[in-house]
Design a protein around this ligand. Structure first.
Ligand code: ZN
Length: 418
């Protein structure tokens, strides 16, 4: 499936539909000098020309944040905008669907995507609500780096060969905007601790010690629905079916009454079932504006970009804070160093799997582990997860882990603790 859409921006057809002074608001930033101008920048008409005619931008995400971004970019003078709408992409299918065409069949997927991005785009902007998709994109840009498509001169990275990634994210009243220069500044995985993992309530709480209205709804969704199958044996819970939600809502009310918990509403029920955090238009607008401003600064090279992470919060009043996120030395996405996994020789493979999914710095979804034994690649199958490492894994053994959060295999080194 080809999910890349070329956005038609006014003036894109080759005819010059620009009226006089159309870009005056932009020219003020680019054709005269000012106190915050980049020290190496010479005001001229060339920057605007580059933006209007040459600069190609890939925008990932066309939801609330993505659409706001597209509008801002178009009004800033960018005309070569390509859009990937992640709504049509199942995260579990990212590797199969994203950026591929028929002619690419048989080529390593990550290489195809790397070629595509590298040959086409000057800047990539992410306006996604899925952290998994953002991490995958981040891994792709780091992969481009690893393929040595970036130009090094005397060991120093040539900045012009870098494709900057501007990443915006919002969740309700909270948002962030950040600028990533792959290979130079912190990538998304370097700062994974900043993204809280999706909240899943412990099963024992749901089953026997509910305290929140959400616990009651989760009880009905996870335990009661499969047991009672209220709409027939093969009918799974559909968050868009009002009758289903009504049933879950009523049962959740009963459960809540039993434990004297208040706050279960129809709306909350639907929110929990569909895992929705309501979008807030003003948060999207603020983050999209910050991201578009960074694209403008970088594309024109007239101003210094954000360094490099801005958080925004309008839950209680209004709060913004900017800091420089630092690269993580053993980042699984942007460093070549395998991370150490510390386990005792009697640990079970299940413990490794648990660590990979639960650790805030790794946060994988469904890791598949392979390793090399006697010169042969071996998949560590789920059947053996309860056996201790005795089956042949040794201290210092390298484990290769594949997961939907990354287009590449991530290397870990097993370090036995005594
Ligand atoms: Zn990193």
């Amino acid at each position: 499936m080809n999910v890349i859409l070329r956005m038609l921006v006014d003036g894109d057809t080759g005819s010059t539909s620009d009226w006089d002074d159309r870009w005056n608001h932009i020219k003020k930033f680019l054709e005269r000098s000012g106190p915050f101008m980049h020290p190496d920048f010479e005001p001229s008409t060339e920057s605007l020309q580059f933006m209007l005619e040459t600069c190609k931008i890939l925008v990932i995400g066309a939801g609330g944040l993505g659409c706001e971004l597209l509008k801002n970019l178009a009004l800033s003078g960018f005309r070569n905008i390509h859009v990937v709408d992640m709504d049509t992409i199942d995260v579990s299918n990212l590797n199969r669907q994203f950026l591929f065409r028929a002619k690419d069949v048989g080529r390593p997927k990550a290489d195809v995507a790397a070629d595509f991005i590298n040959s086409q785009f000057h800047i990539i902007v992410c306006g996604l609500d899925s952290i998994v998709a953002r991490r995958w994109m981040n891994g792709m840009l780091e992969h481009i780096l690893n393929l040595s498509l970036l130009v090094y001169e005397d060991g120093v990275l040539d900045p012009s060969s870098i494709i900057p990634l501007i990443d915006g994210g919002t969740e309700g009243f909270k948002g962030n905007a950040r600028v990533i220069f792959p290979g130079m500044t912190a990538c998304i995985d370097c700062t994974l601790e900043l993204y809280p993992p999706q909240i899943n309530f412990p099963m024992c709480t749901i089953a026997s010690m509910p305290r929140l209205p959400e616990h009651c709804i989760e009880y009905v969704r996870i335990l009661l629905w499969p047991k009672e199958m209220p709409f027939g044996d093969d009918v799974s819970l559909d968050g868009d079916d009002p009758e289903h939600i009504q049933w879950v809502y009523q049962k959740s009310l009963e459960r809540a009454a039993e434990f004297s918990i208040t706050g279960v509403t129809y709306r909350l029920t639907q929110g929990v079932v569909k895992r929705i955090i309501p979008a807030v238009a003003s948060t999207n607008a603020a983050i999209a504006a910050a991201c578009a401003t960074e694209v403008f600064k970088i594309a024109s090279s007239a101003y210094l970009p954000l360094n490099n992470y801005m958080v925004f919060n309008d839950v209680d009043g209004l709060y913004t804070y900017t800091f420089e996120a630092e690269r993580k030395e053993n980042c699984s996405a942007c460093s070549q160093v395998p991370s150490d996994l510390h386990f005792s020789p009697s640990s079970k493979l299940q413990e490794v799997l648990d660590y990979l999914t639960e650790s805030t710095s790794v946060q994988m979804k469904s890791p598949a582990i392979t390793t090399t034994m006697d010169g042969k690649n071996k998949t560590l199958y789920l059947q053996v997860i309860n056996l201790p490492f005795k089956l042949g894994l040794a201290d210092g053994q390298e484990l290769a882990v594949a997961d939907v959060t990354t287009p590449q295999t991530v290397l870990f080194k097993l370090c036995f603790t005594s």
